[in-house]
Design a binder for this molecule. Structure first.
Ligand code: FCB
Length: 442
C-alpha cells in the first residue's frame, strides 16, 4: 500500500526523519550507564506492565550502526535521538562515563557518514537516580544540574549536531510523572507537580542560556500537545476542557513563548509554586530557533466531581489505535496552527507522530496498512498546516523501531521496523517500505 503524500508534495528541503529515545532503545544495562529513575520505577511492582524495563530494550547500544543503516536505506534525512543523562553522568554530576560519551560520538559520526542530520534531545525522561534522591524535578537545583550536563554533552558532540532540543515533553516530565504518578518517579502530589512544572521549564531556560553562551546553533524544545475539546455542549464540560487545556497545552506554550502561565492553571497550582517563580519567566521565555511538536491524538474532556482540576477524559467515537487514542489527523493541523500563533515565524517540526498497532507477523513480514494510512493522513494534515502558513520544516515518525513503551512495556509497538525482543532482530514493516518509496529522492 503506497502513500498518497510523498516527498514531492512537500516544500524543497523539508526534512523527514524518525525519532527514538535513549531509555527506550539503548539498553540501560550496557556500557557503564548509571541507574535512572526509570530503572527504579520499573523495578517497583505495579508500575510497568509485565514488570518489564529498559535494561536490554532494543540493544541499540551494541547495534547503532544497523539502526543508522535502516534510516539511510529508508531514504530519511534526519535522526532524532536522545542522550541518556545517566549513561553520560552515572551519578548525575561529577565524573563522566567515557564509554557513554564514546557511544554518542559514534552515533553522531555514524549519522553524518550516512548523510543523516543528527537532532539530539538532551532529556527524554531518564533522570539519574542519584538526582532523584535529591528531589529530582522538584528541586530547583535541577536547572543547574541539567545545564552542567548539557555542557558535558556539547563538549563532546556539540560541534557535529545539526540541532539540539532541551527537554522532551515537559508535561510528561512534570504532570504525568508528579501529579498523575503514571511515569517515573510515580509521585502523586500537587506541590511536587507545581514545582516540576516550573523547574522543568527553568532547566530548559538555564540550558538554553549556557548553550547560547558557547555558540551552539539551532536550539529548541519539544512540547507535546493534544487537540482538546469539551465532551458535550454543557458549560461544565467547556470549563473542564479549558482547565485541561491550561495545564496540558497552554502552560508550556505561554511559559516558553510569553513568559506567563495561564490563570486557569494557577488557580490550582498557584499556592504550591516555588517562591519568586515570576522572576524566572524571562529566562524561560528566551528566544528559540525552532519548536518541536509531538502530536498523537485529540482528547474529549468532561467535568469530574472532586478536587481541582476536576476533569475527566471521555471516550470518543473515532477509530482508535492500540493505545486507545482516537485517530484525528485534523488535530495535527490545528495544533501546528496554534503553535504558530505563539511561536511566530520560527521553524516548526513535527518531532513525533505515529501509532501503536498489534502488527501480526505473517511469513516474517508485517503488513501494517493501518500504520501506513495513519502516517499518510498525518502527512496530509502537515501539508494542510503548511498551506495555512505554518513554517513547518520537517516531520519525524515515532518510531524507527518497536521499543520500551514506558509504563506499557514492550506490548505496544510503534515501530516502522519490527523488533523481536528475544533475538533483537530487526525486520522492516510494510510502513517502512512505503515510507522508503514515498521519500525516494528523484
Ligand atoms: C511520547 C513519548 C515517546 C513515546 C510516544 C508514544 O509521549 O515522547 O517516548 O513513548 O509518546
Amino acid at each position: 500500500m503506497p502513500l498518497k503524500n510523498t516527498r514531492a508534495a512537500f516544500p524543497d528541503g523539508f526534512l523527514f526523519g524518525t525519532a527514538t529515545a535513549a531509555y527506550q532503545v539503548e539498553g540501560s544495562s550496557f556500557g557503564g550507564c548509571g541507574p535512572s529513575h526509570w530503572d527504579t520505577f520499573a523495578a517497583t511492582p505495579g508500575n510497568v506492565v509485565g514488570g518489564e524495563n529498559g535494561a536490554i530494550a532494543c540493544g541499540s547500544y551494541n547495534r547503532v550502526n544497523d539502526d543508522l543503516d535502516l534510516l539511510q536505506a529508508g531514504n530519511f534525512d534526519a535522526y532524532r535521538f536522545s542522550l541518556s543523562w545517566s549513561r553520560i553522568l552515572p551519578e548525575g554530576r561529577g565524573a563522566p562515563n567515557a564509554e557513554g560519551l564514546d557511544y554518542y560520538d559514534r552515533l553522531v559520526d555514524g549519522a553524518l557518514e550516512r548523510g543523516l542530520k543528527p537532532l539530539a534531545t538532551l532529556y527524554h525522561w531518564d533522570l539519574p537516580a542519584a538526582l532523584s534522591d535529591l528531589g529530582g524535578w522538584r528541586n530547583r537545583d535541577v536547572a543547574d544540574w541539567f545545564a552542567d550536563y548539557s555542557e558535558v554533552v556539547l563538549d563532546r558532540v556539540g560541534d557535529r549536531l545539526w540541532g539540539v532540543g532541551t527537554i522532551n515533553e515537559p508535561w510528561c516530565v512534570s504532570w504525568l510523572s508528579h501529579f498523575l504518578g503514571l511515569h517515573a518517579p510515580g509521585t502523586r502530589d500537587i506541590r511536587a507537580a507545581a514545582r516540576a512544572m516550573h523547574f522543568v521549564l527553568l532547566a530548559h531556560g538555564r540550558a538554553m542560556e549556557r548553550m547560547r553562551a558557547r555558540g551552539q546553533q539551532n536550539l529548541g524544545i519539544v512540547l507535546n500537545h493534544e487537540d482538546i475539546y469539551p465532551a458535550d455542549d454543557s458549560p461544565e464540560a467547556k470549563a473542564a476542557a479549558t482547565r485541561e487545556d491550561a495545564t496540558y497545552n497552554r502552560w508550556f506554550l505561554e511559559g516558553v513563548f510569553r513568559g506567563t502561565y495561564p490563570q486557569e492553571a494557577l488557580a490550582g497550582l498557584g499556592p504550591h509554586m516555588p517562591d519568586g517563580w515570576q522572576d524566572d519567566m524571562a529566562l524561560i521565555s528566551q528566544k528559540l530557533d525552532w519548536i518541536g511538536t509531538n502530536y498523537y491524538t485529540r482528547n474529549l474532556i468532561g467535568p469530574r466531581d472532586g478536587l481541582w482540576p476536576a476533569t475527566a477524559h471521555v471516550d470518543g467515537p473515532l477509530p482508535k489505535t492500540e493505545m486507545g487514542w482516537e485517530i484525528f489527523p485534523e488535530g495535527l493541523t490545528n495544533v501546528l496552527k496554534r503553535v504558530h500563533s505563539y511561536a511566530g515565524g520560527i521553524p516548526q517540526f513535527v518531532t513525533e507522530n505515529g501509532m501503536a498497532a498489534p502488527d501480526a507477523v505473517a511469513n516474517g513480514a508485517v503488513q501494517d496498512d493501518d500504520r501506513i494510512a495513519y502516517i499518510d493522513a498525518h502527512f496530509g494534515a502537515a501539508l494542510a498546516a503548511i498551506e495555512a502558513g505554518v513554517p513547518l520544516k520537517g516531520y519525524f515518525t515515532w518510531s524507527l523501531m518497536d521499543n520500551f513503551e514506558w509504563a506499557l512495556g514492550y506490548d505496544k509497538r510503534f515501530g516502522i521496523v519490527r523488533v523481536d525482543f528475544d533475538s533483537l532482530e530487526r525486520t522492516p514493516k510494510a510502513s517502512y517500505q512505503a515510507l522508503k518509496a514515498a521519500l525516494a529522492r528523484n
